[in-house]
Design a protein around this ligand. Structure first.
Ligand SMILES: O=C(O)CCC(=O)C(=O)O
Ligand SMILES: [Fe+2]
Length: 359
């Protein structure tokens, strides 16, 4: 999620990378996981496929996931409408520290940091998080966070919040079902990731809609700059190389544009083209910690080089609870010493989000 420093992520991966020479992403039919009447054997078979995909690739497609097409398409349609609004309308929801890093980020303020600086990412986005009321957090005796607050909803589009809320609800249900399958695949009790760790009622989810203009337009802007127009900046990537921070990302992407790419162990970029009716799923840092490195937070990036074709996507991040403290599960250490110190998810998220922007 967002742009994290690839170098730091690579260090986190050092202990476990090596066998991941995939050249395409597995496609998993998760129908039995989302069907309460499915026979146990078929649930177990899906759990085993999820386990293999998480361990060997860290990325996979899911089909028959139960989220209705009008919900997945509805959010992409609303995203296209939002990004087509005039810049000054979108700027009324500008993301900043004061907005708790929620709201609209214009093109180019999201950056991917490297040891020696940063590169600008070429996308605009609207970011929503689980909403937290500061007073309720205080009353519950929980620490405050710069990320806690209300979302900024575009009331310029009457159907936006309805479409987004339906999408968020559906993704929360799906995320929980997938985590049940992954728990089974790991040989853990089915409800292992529920409750205080990552139950849907407390998951510190993030929902984003993102617009990636074709990168050729950047070239055109630069040509215009050379001809005396507004000066552009060198932008080569729609979204730089990074891994996601939490548990499980579900990416719902526009059809017709292949832009998401996943890095394998040989350093090759493997395309994740849109497949009708699917989500692309990937594992985040927290699963890597929980499994003591058995699962991988795989590096990925976005490059929209489709000539003249903008792309939108709507990633949903199913995350742990903000206050959850996660460390390697003793059952998953398999006699190895724990490779990671326990980490409070909210602190991990803060450390990442606050570095994402040049505001
Ligand atoms: O748009 C996409 O396909 C992926 C976006 C992504 O990787 C992210 O927001 O973390
Ligand atoms: Fe990502």
């Amino acid at each position: 999620m967002f742009r994290s420093a690839a170098a730091r992520c690579t260090r986190l991966l050092q202990s476990s990378i090596g066998t991941r020479s995939f050249t395409s992403l597995p496609v998993i039919d998760v129908g039995p996981l989302v069907d309460p009447a499915a026979p146990r054997e078929s649930v177990t078979a899906v759990a085993q496929q999820l386990h293999k995909a998480c361990r060997d690739v860290g990325f996979f497609y899911i089909q028959n996931h139960g989220v209705p097409q009008h919900v997945t398409q509805g959010v992409l349609q609303q995203a296209h409408k939002w990004f087509a609004l005039p810049a000054e309308v979108k700027a009324s929801l500008l993301l900043s520290p004061a907005s708790h890093y929620r709201g609209y980020q214009p093109l180019g303020i999201n950056v991917t940091r490297h040891e020696s600086g940063f590169v600008q990412d070429w996308h605009e986005a609207l970011d929503l998080f689980r909403e937290e009321d500061a007073a309720a957090v205080k009353a519950a005796g929980r620490p405050s966070s710069v990320l806690h607050g209300p979302n900024l909803w575009p009331d310029q589009l009457p159907d936006f919040s309805t479409a987004l809320r339906a999408y968020i609800d559906a993704c929360l249900t799906l995320g929980e079902q997938l985590l049940r399958g992954i728990a089974l695949g790991l040989g853990l009790p089915e409800a292992y990731f529920g409750g205080q760790l990552a139950g849907p009622a407390g998951s510190y989810w993030v929902a984003r809609v993102i617009h990636y203009p074709p990168l050729q337009q950047v070239g055109q802007q630069q040509a215009a700059a050379a001809a005396g127009g507004e000066v552009g900046r060198e932008v080569q990537l729609s979204c730089g190389e990074h891994c996601d921070y939490g548990l499980l990302t579900l990416v719902n992407q526009d059809p017709h544009v292949t832009a998401l790419q996943v890095k394998n162990a040989s350093g090759q970029w493997v395309d994740a083209p849109p497949l009708p009716g699917t989500f692309v799923c990937n594992i985040g840092d927290m699963f890597q910690v929980l499994t003591n490195g058995m699962y991988k937070a795989t590096l990925h990036r976005v490059l929209n080089t489709a000539r003249g074709t903008p792309r939108v996507s709507a990633p949903f991040f199913y995350e742990p609870c903000f206050e959850a403290v996660l460390g390697p599960a003793p059952q998953l250490c398999r006699g190895q010493p724990p490779l990671f110190q326990p980490i409070r998810y909210g602190s991990h998220l803060e450390s990442k989000v606050l570095r994402n922007f040049e505001l």
